[in-house]
Design a protein around this ligand. Sequence first.
Ligand code: GDP
Length: 440
Amino acid sequence: MFDNLSDKLDKAFHVLKGHGQITEVNVAETLKEVRRALVDADVNYKIAKDFTNTVKKKALGQDVLKSLKPGQMMVKLVKDELTELMGGDAEGINLSGNPSVILMSGLQGSGKTTFSGKLANYLKNKKTKKPLLVACDVYRPAAIDQLHVVGDQIGVKVFSDKENKNPVDISEKAISYAKENGFNVVIIDTAGRLAVDEAMMTEISNIHTAIKPEETLFVVDSMTGQDAVNTAKAFNDVLNFDGVILTKLDGDTRGGAAISIKSVVNKPIKFIGTGEKMEAIDVFYPSRMADRILGMGDVVSLVERAQEQYDEEEARKLQKKIAKNQFGFDDFLNQIQQVKKMGNMKDLMGMIPGAGKMLKNMDIDDDAFKHIEAIIHSMTPEERQKPSVINASRKKRIGKGSGTSVTEVNQLLKQFDQMGKMMKMMQGGGGKKMMQMMKG
Ligand code: GDP
């Protein structure tokens, strides 16, 4: 995410390296580079200029804090200003209605249907919410089918009527259906076109007027840069929407949309999409995003993702198994699934401070666990439970079955064995023992 921009900003701050203090000259030089980096990232020129002017005033108007070097000071000022530009505080969505109706708008291909599913899944996981998805694209039967596929995948009911060509009518019927059947959130996925056009605007505006949603969200593909901002403006003029959803931030996004959309439409970005999977959704926190743009990582989001996947009940069961030496390959496989649910590897690593730069040129296999999984799948239930039975001929069979080699099978068995020992140590008040072991 934003690799290019992060790199260029980093270089801009280098101008100040070695300087003992902030001066007119070195600030101007640094900020010229910052502005160029922003414009290259597809931030509108005027926004970029206002941005650097504000930072300049702040930089020159204050003494450099004793504890900070000029370079660090500038990073802090730019970070604070980026946070401000992207919205300051995070803003949630209004779920006060019963049901709360959420209307999704945006162009075709922006990721509306995918995001509708992600949001439904996200709310469903909150336990107190029972969402209903509504298919309102009356032009493309395939779009209705797509929403059904998504709904099946996450176990959320989808309301649709292929015979009905009136989206206002479908929405109203869906809301009545939700009331009668105990759904407390209704997410309406509407038809988009390839570009802004009048018919689409009239249609979504009619739905909006008829159902008066608690929340109207505008979904936009962040890869489209300045276009994203222009499209947002067009939709906002008609709908006066409540928030923006930025999708596809996992791709090679330059960052312009994320940085400038708020200041153009004066509406907050509420969520971001970071992948095609249903779990790839994050609340948008301007300050964390600023950290990521500056290559400072985002440990808080990483921990949160881990917590979302953490199931206390499962963890307790696992602990018992470890204590009783019953932790087998099936459990291991289970753990791998949990990690995978957190998102793609490169994305996760990118949240670690400093790792972004390091990873840029590395080819991280998104399916880093493929071989391990294949090997475990080739084991019999007995072998998974009791790896000690795996002798030479079994290893050969497993290697063959999984398309790997005996060496790889051996490696996994060894790692698994070491992991088992480590886990036992951690459990049995083993902090001390671990330390001793590490000291050698
Ligand atoms: P719609 O026409 O607005 O409903 O868009 P879709 O939901 O069908 O999404 C269009 C394409 O973008 C699909 O191939 C999605 O899988 C993909 N997509 C949606 N959101 C994301 C995202 O956050 N990251 C990535 N990489 N792809 C996404």
